[in-house]
Design a protein around this ligand. Structure first.
Ligand code: ASP
Ligand code: MG
Length: 417
C-alpha cells in the first residue's frame, strides 16, 4: 500500500465548487487503495484579507496575535473539505496544527517546524481514515499558535510527508508543473518532467514562485519525492482514473534523472536593489560589520562582490537586497558608518537578477562564457555576477529582464519545439 500526501493551494480551493473538485481528486486516490493525508491552504485571497484585518485592528506587540488571526484561513478549508469528502462517502477528519501536533520554534510569522508527531495520523490510516490537515500552522512549546511564512502550506505538506514516511507528496496548484522559465515571459517555456532537488532549490530561491523555498529544503533533506501538478484537470465523466491529464513535474534525486541537460531552467527576480560601499578599509572584521547588522534586521543579502584592493588598503563592496528592503538597508548602513568606515555609499533599485541553473554545469566548462557573449550581443550590460557549482546569476537593469530571459532560454536549447 502506498502512503501519499496531497497538498492543495489557495487557488485550488478558491470556492466551494473548487473544493468539490479537490474532493474528487482525493476520492480517486482513496479508491485506488492509498493511505492519504491532505494538506490545505486557505481559500485564495483569505490570508491577505486576514492580514489586513489584523493590521487594521491596531499596532501589534509582536506577532503572536497576528498568527492567531492568519492561521484561521486554513481551518476553514480543512473543515469544508472534510464535509465535502464525508458527503462522498469518504471516511475523514480534519486536523489543526496543534491537534497533531506540529511543533515549531517561536519565530511568529515565519516559524520553523521542529517536530511532527505522525502517530495519530498513522493510527487513522489503520481505520482507513483520510486526514485533512490545515497547512501553514503550528504550535510553540508554550502552546501558542504559529504560522510558517507566506506559502508555508507547501512546507507543512512536505514536513508531514517526511514525518509519516509517505511514498510521495503531490503538490496540486494552478500550474501543471515546473517550467524551464515563467511561461508568461517566455511562451516557449517547457514543462520539465523531472527536476533535481538542488536545481529546484535554486529555482525557488532565485525567483520561481512555484514552491516555498523551505519546503524544497525539507524535500531535499528527507528525500521526499514531490510532484507538482495541476488540480484543474477535471475528472471526466467516465470516472476518476484518467482525470489527471497532466503528469506534472517530479522533484527528485538527481540519480533518478537519466538525461541530464547542462542547463535546466532560467529563474529571475525583479525588484532587486544594489548597494555599493566605496573605499572600505581592507581588514578583518569589515564584512562582519556590514552584514551582521543587516542579518539582525532579517534583510536577505545576495550577490556579494568584493573587489581586490590595489594597494592592500582600501576596497569596494557591492551586494544586492530585495527592493522592499532597500531603504531600510541604507539606513542601517548609515547608522553603522563609524564601525564600517566607508567613504561613500551608492545605491540603486530597479534591477533584476537573472539566473541560469543546472546540475549539468558541474561537468561542463564554458557555460558562463556563452551566456555573457549572448547577452553582450543584445547590448545588455551586466552589473554583477555570482556563481556556484550549479548556477550563474547576473544582475542587470530591470527593463532588460524579458530580453535576457528569452535570450538565455533559447541559447541553452530550452525552447519547446
Ligand atoms: N495561506 C497561506 C498564504 O497565503 C499559506 C499558503 O497558502 O501556503 O501564504
Ligand atoms: Mg502556494
Amino acid at each position: 500500500m502506498t502512503c501519499i500526501v496531497m497538498k492543495f493551494g489557495g487557488t485550488s480551493v478558491a470556492d466551494i465548487g473548487c473544493i468539490h473538485n479537490v474532493a474528487r481528486h482525493i476520492k480517486r486516490e482513496v479508491d485506488d487503495g492509498h493511505d492519504v493525508a491532505v494538506v490545505v491552504s486557505a481559500m485564495a485571497g483569505t490570508t491577505d484579507q486576514l492580514i489586513s484585518w489584523a493590521r487594521e485592528a491596531g499596532a501589534m506587540q509582536g506577532a503572536r496575535e497576528y498568527d492567531t488571526v492568519i492561521a484561521s484561513g486554513e481551518q476553514i478549508t480543512a473543515g469544508l473539505l472534510s464535509i465535502a469528502l464525508q458527503n462522498m462517502g469518504v471516511n475523514t477528519r480534519s486536523w489543526l496544527g496543534w491537534q497533531i501536533p506540529i511543533l515549531t520554534d517561536s519565530a511568529h510569522g515565519t516559524a520553523r517546524i521542529k517536530n511532527i508527531d505522525g502517530t495519530s495520523l498513522i493510527k487513522g490510516f489503520k481505520q482507513r481514515q483520510v486526514a485533512v490537515i490545515a497547512g501553514f500552522q503550528g504550535l510553540t512549546s508554550d502552546e501558542r499558535l504559529t504560522t510558517l511564512g507566506r506559502g508555508g502550506s507547501d512546507t507543512s505538506a512536505i514536513a508531514i510527508a517526511a514525518a509519516i514516511k509517505a511514498d510521495r507528496c503531490d503538490i496540486y496548484t494552478d500550474v501543471d508543473g515546473v517550467y524551464t522559465t515563467d511561461p508568461r515571459i517566455e511562451p516557449k517555456a517547457r514543462r520539465l518532467s523531472k527536476i533535481a532537488f538542488e536545481e529546484m532549490l535554486e529555482m525557488a530561491s532565485l525567483g520561481a514562485k512555484v514552491l516555498q523555498v523551505r519546503s524544497v529544503e525539507l524535500a531535499m533533506l528527507h528525500k521526499v519525492r514531490t510532484f507538482v501538478r495541476s488540480s484543474f484537470a477535471v475528472p471526466n465523466a467516465a470516472g476518476m482514473k484518467d482525470s489527471i491529464n497532466s503528469p506534472g513535474t517530479l522533484i527528485c534525486d538527481e540519480e533518478e534523472i537519466v538525461e541530464q541537460q547542462v542547463v535546466t531552467g532560467i529563474a529571475f527576480a525583479k525588484d532587486e536593489a544594489q548597494i555599493s560601499l566605496r573605499r572600505l578599509a581592507d581588514k578583518p572584521g569589515i564584512s562582519a560589520a556590514i552584514f551582521g547588522p543587516l542579518a539582525e534586521e532579517n534583510i536577505n543579502v545576495d550577490m556579494i562582490v568584493q573587489n581586490i584592493s590595489e594597494h592592500g588598503a582600501k576596497t569596494d563592496m557591492t551586494f544586492t537586497v530585495p527592493s522592499i528592503d532597500h531603504n531600510k538597508a541604507v539606513k542601517i548602513l548609515e547608522k553603522n558608518r563609524k564601525e564600517i568606515k566607508y567613504d561613500a555609499l551608492q545605491s540603486e533599485s530597479g534591477l533584476a537578477k537573472v539566473s541560469v541553473i543546472g546540475i549539468g554545469m558541474r561537468s561542463h566548462a564554458g557555460v558562463a562564457a556563452t551566456a555573457f557573449r549572448a547577452l553582450a550581443e543584445k547590448g545588455i550590460n551586466i552589473r554583477a555576477i555570482t556563481t556556484s557549482e550549479i548556477k550563474i546569476s547576473i544582475l542587470i537593469d530591470s527593463v532588460y529582464t524579458e530580453l535576457a530571459v528569452r535570450t538565455l532560454h533559447s541559447l541553452y536549447c530550452l525552447d519547446k519545439n
